[in-house]
Design a protein around this ligand. Structure first.
Ligand code: 9MR
Ligand code: ZN
Length: 581
């Protein structure tokens, strides 16, 4: 515990500002470097570093992996054959050291270059998971923040949340509905059902995958949470779920989002005193919430039966609304997005899955079936399943988690599991093709807003495919997604603030900017070739990223991004043969 605390304080300090925000890091042609996953490598996983640049010494020489504590050479590594990225002169070489499984702190040297230190060990992701999960505590809305570990503090925020933006059959315009609580969605202060549901779903799925290690995590939660009968992860996830319960109308539908009508400037959340509104209801959001509630009903059943029953009844009510409204329904009007993100089909987000709610209904039906075992839900699962491929789990299409959970909970092989498995493998094989084509081994070729979270999600899919087949190619590709996010990328940075020796420092976050500090534990969006902010370079593939506080389209964090990375770490850890489930 003391070790974790010291580590967190250290990480927070590392993340503290050294200069002004204007001194953002602009990547230059890099001198030779050995890039590593800056957190480290789980002993059972394949292990790779990447040498970038021209060797200055004899190319035949071997790279050496050195124990950083004792300076003992541990392993000679034969560098892989050089290869190049399209249109770039700098060669890349793989340094594979999978053979080393011994726990310790190490670095690699070759050609007079030294990598950063990294760890090999079974427990090395405990601190990272703690840091990533603590971000939710720091994002809580409706309460004061007084965090002993980071020193971050603000007064209670958004206590008037919120007024109904326009008349509906259940509330005249301007009615106050108590929708306090939840998490601020991202660097801004809006609260959205789409991302809260996705986040809760991912976190609860992580818990279902590996409850024992997650139960042991301590988030140093505020005092009033201490009496909670559940583990810290479940206590924190309940914050999002409780808020979603408040977003539900009496007919079961959920309001889509809650925000002000203009974007706040960089201020502390408690200084954001504008009126905040509840915008219209929708079937996609209602379905996503139904799914997350249904998951919560089974996950909290043992530790918090009252909450579990509340969630199940909310899930059923949401489902009744969906049954009564079989067509996709979105109450959205011009002006709804003047101070918040649309989270809908839009010029920026054009995926076909945003033109239907079948993917959302599928997720709801799947989770309700898993929780209740009732036939009507299974019927709906079987009706929709043939229309859906295994996709990328996110607010635009949550169906993949429904599929994964159906597989996870169905212990016997059935016709349904065979169909699901086939879809999974088809997806994973496509991902392998992407990995093989990409010099940085990413499985996600769509370099758009939030690409880092997409990389993490594809990593989860690959880990699931490994679990189903035992094919090591999937496991290696899954590990590569984590390695990319934590250091083996064109910038050689960890995309999580305060995690790793060389991490993002200038994330786009209103509260952080107001303080002139960095908030630790946030996964930023990453490369986005469209760079809608006009700050990050456009059209540069994986290099369309900049560590600049103004780059909201590449350097902002969001609750759903962190959840994907947490999920990837948990799923990779769970592939260990010796793990405790
Ligand atoms: O994460 C969202 C991404 O998938 C969308 O492409 C993008 C544009 O609609 O919006 C992202 O979410 C942002 C939200 O709209 C507003 N708050 C900050 C979120 C993270 O950047
Ligand atoms: Zn708030």
């Amino acid at each position: 515990m003391i070790r974790i605390l010291t580590r967190l304080i250290l990480l927070a300090l590392i993340a503290w500002p050294v200069g002004t925000w204007a001194k953002a890091m602009h990547p230059k042609p890099a001198p030779p470097r050995i890039l590593v996953n800056q957190v480290g490598y789980l002993p059972h996983l394949p292990k790779r570093a990447l040498f970038t640049g021209d060797p200055s010494g004899p190319k035949e020489a071997k790279a050496i992996l050195v124990d950083s504590e004792t300076q003992t050479p541990m392993l000679k590594i034969t560098p892989g054959r050089p290869y190049r990225e399209k249109n770039r002169a700098t060669p890349l070489r793989i340094l594979d050291f999978s053979a080393l499984k011994k726990e310790g702190r190490y670095h690699i040297t070759w050609q007079g270059i030294r990598s950063l230190d990294f760890h090999i060990g079974h427990e090395i992701y405990t601190d990272a998971l703690t840091l990533l999960l603590r971000s939710y505590t720091l994002q809580r809305c409706g309460v004061a923040l007084e965090d002993p570990l980071t020193g971050l503090r603000h007064g209670p925020c958004h206590l008037q949340d919120a007024l109904v933006a326009r008349e509906d059959p259940f509330a005249p315009m301007g009615t106050r509905v108590d929708a306090r609580g939840g998490w601020h969605d991202a660097g801004d202060f809006g609260k959205y059902v789409a991302t809260t549901a996705i986040t809760a779903g991912r976190l609860l799925a992580a818990w279902e995958k590996a409850p024992t290690p997650l139960k042991a995590l301590s988030l140093s939660l505020p005092h009033h949470d201490r009496a909670s009968p559940t583990c810290d992860l479940l206590t924190e996830t309940r914050v999002g779920l409780l808020w979603m319960l408040r977003m539900q109308r009496s007919d079961g539908a959920l309001y889509r989002k809650l925000s002000g009508s203009s974007w706040p400037s960089p201020i502390s959340p408690d200084e954001d005193s504008q009126t905040r509104y509840l915008y219209g209801i929708s079937s996609p959001e209602t379905a996503k919430a139904a799914a997350a509630f249904a998951m919560a009903a089974r996950v909290y059943k043992a530790s918090d039966p009252v909450f579990s029953r509340q969630c199940l009844s909310a899930a059923r009510k949401a489902w009744e609304f969906l049954v009564a409204n079989p067509e996709m329904l979105i109450d959205h009007q011009p002006g709804d997005d003047s101070g918040s993100g649309p989270y809908l089909y839009s010029p920026v987000d054009r995926e076909a899955t945003l033109t239907t709610d079948l993917d959302d209904r599928f997720w709801a039906a799947a989770e309700l079936f898993i929780t209740t075992r009732e036939t009507p839900f299974l019927k709906e699962v079987e009706r929709i399943l043939p229309m859906l491929p295994w996709g990328l789990y996110e607010w635009k299409d949550p169906s993949a988690l429904g599929m994964a959970n159906l597989l996870h909970h169905q212990k016997k092989a059935t016709r349904l599991t065979a169909r699901l498995k086939k879809k999974l493998i088809l997806r994973a094989d496509t991902l392998i093709l992407h990995v093989k084509k990409c010099p940085w081994f990413t499985a996600n070729p769509r370099l758009i807003w939030g690409s880092n979270k997409m990389i993490a999600e594809e990593g989860i899919t690959l880990a699931l495919a490994y679990e189903q087949t035992g094919n090591p190619v999937y496991l290696s590709a899954a590990s590569a997604q984590l390695n990319f996010l934590l250091g083996i990328n064109p910038f050689g940075i960890s995309f999580v603030t305060g995690l790793g020796e060389h991490s993002v420092r200038h994330s786009n976050h209103l509260f952080a900017r107001a303080l002139g500090k960095s908030i630790p534990g946030l996964l930023v969006g990453g490369a986005n070739a469209s760079a809608e902010d006009g700050i990050a370079p456009k059209g540069k593939g994986l290099r369309s990223y900049v560590d600049d506080p103004r780059s909201y389209a590449t350097n902002e964090y969001a609750i759903d991004y962190n959840a994907s990375l947490i999920g990837l770490i948990v799923h990779l850890t769970a592939t260990s043969p010796g793990r405790v489930p």
